[in-house]
Design a protein around this ligand. Structure first.
Ligand code: GLP
Length: 241
């Protein structure tokens, strides 16, 4: 694991965008794994700037998103599909056919998960996976559990996650209780992983990820076993290291 400690959210976002941009420059047909949440918002803004300034071109890029809420339609502003379009895809030249996000409205969950895994494999695997981290150490929507769940699957969200994500909804009752998420195996198969975190709310999760035992109780701790992980944490998120 390589840990980069930066001053604040702005610096974290610039660094993350520059790492993603260099991946695209080095391999224009990269397979990128994208994340949602508050953490990536300015990274995506910076990527849009780099695209508009002619530094990067997304025309050959393929994307796979980590997760999607279950039973939330794409046109719901809280869906991750909507989030990705609003915060990145609508502003760059990525080909719609190369965008992959789990379909939360599927009527066959097992088939949806199996096909998502198959598509990732057929694309050649993810070159660079971007990851935020939950306050409880979750990655994607892999919640603390008794064992690591390998492939894309349906998740029952933790109360802590529902509470944390309720800030985006009118009330906590509107937050979906389930989601489709890449599994730990799906994430670990990425060739490179970039995890980023900002703010004191993430300090404990970052400490446990980097210095704690590898345990499914802290899903991100498995990243200690991945050969190519960069963590960018701002001073607050790194304050317990
Ligand atoms: C969400 C997402 C994760 C994200 C995490 C942190 O529940 N499923 O992919 O990394 O929570 O979100 P935020 O960046 O808003 O703190």
């Amino acid at each position: 694991m390589r840990i980069m400690i930066v001053n604040d959210y702005e610096e974290m976002s610039k660094k993350a965008a520059h790492i993603i941009a260099s991946q695209i420059v080095l391999k224009p047909n990269s397979i990128l794994g994208f994340a949602t949440g508050s953490t990536p918002i300015n990274t995506y803004k910076e990527l849009i700037n780099l695209y508009k300034n002619g530094v990067i071109d997304f025309s050959e890029v393929t994307s796979f998103n980590l997760d999607e809420y279950f039973e939330l339609s794409k046109d719901n502003p809280q869906s991750y599909d909507y989030f990705m379009k609003a915060n990145l895809f609508n502003h760059i030249n990525i080909d719609d056919d190369r965008i992959n996000i789990p379909n939360g409205m599927t009527d066959n969950i097992e088939r949806e998960c199996a096909e998502y895994e198959k598509k990732m494999k057929e694309a050649g695997g993810i070159d660079l996976q971007l990851l935020g981290i939950g306050r409880n150490g979750h990655i994607g929507f892999n919640e603390p559990a008794d064992h690591f769940q390998s492939d894309t699957h349906l998740v029952q969200l933790d109360d802590d996650t529902i509470e944390a994500n309720s800030r985006f909804f009118d009330s906590v009752d509107e937050v979906p209780t389930k989601a489709i998420s890449m599994g730990i195996g799906s994430i670990m198969r990425a060739k490179k992983i970039l995890l980023f975190a900002s703010g004191t709310g993430k300090a404990e999760a970052i400490y446990d990820t980097v210095k704690g035992p590898i345990t499914p109780r802290v899903p991100a701790s498995i990243l200690q076993l991945h050969p190519d992980v960069v963590i960018i944490a701002d001073k607050e998120a790194a304050s317990r290291l």
